[in-house]
Design a protein around this ligand. Sequence first.
Ligand code: FES
Length: 186
Amino acid sequence: MAHWKDAFPIDLAEESRHSRREFARFLALVSAGFTAGIGYLWARRTPLEGAPESEGGAGHDHAVAICAASDLRPGQSRLFAFRDPHDKCILVRTPHGALKAYRQTCTHLGCAVRWDGARLECPCHVGFFEVEQGFPVQGPPSRPLGGIALEVREDGMVWALGDLPKPNATGSVAALPCPREKGGAA
Ligand code: FES
């Protein structure tokens, strides 16, 4: 009977060298992929909600034209995408004629809010937000919507400029008290 080494002529030292080389090549490929992935994410980064803007609150580097101000009558709204196509926002003309814009993402569990002509409503769990500063006034949400700074330019177009600072009921940012804290939930 032939010796097993004759039947399976494998050079163990050579095999081990091959394995180490392949493993090193695999590691190099994984780290190159990881580096490319990080680079891609960095290139298309968007600030976290509530993160400070790089220049004084509302940065203008991502300004987006939404529509002509005259296109919206009091009580009307317009959807738009801000930072990227997934960054859904809503522009509304309040019943008093002011223009306001918010991210559509409900601060409860992330459903899209919609405009009911007077308030922003989240249909998922019947949450409501007032329109002046985006404070929650009814239902499960406890944090205000993300506000977008706006500008109406000379040609009458409405531009979204950047994220507004988060309003709070006691700080100087809040021009109005939170309706919930007044006990005046609608
Ligand atoms: S996700 Fe908006 S109220 Fe629950």
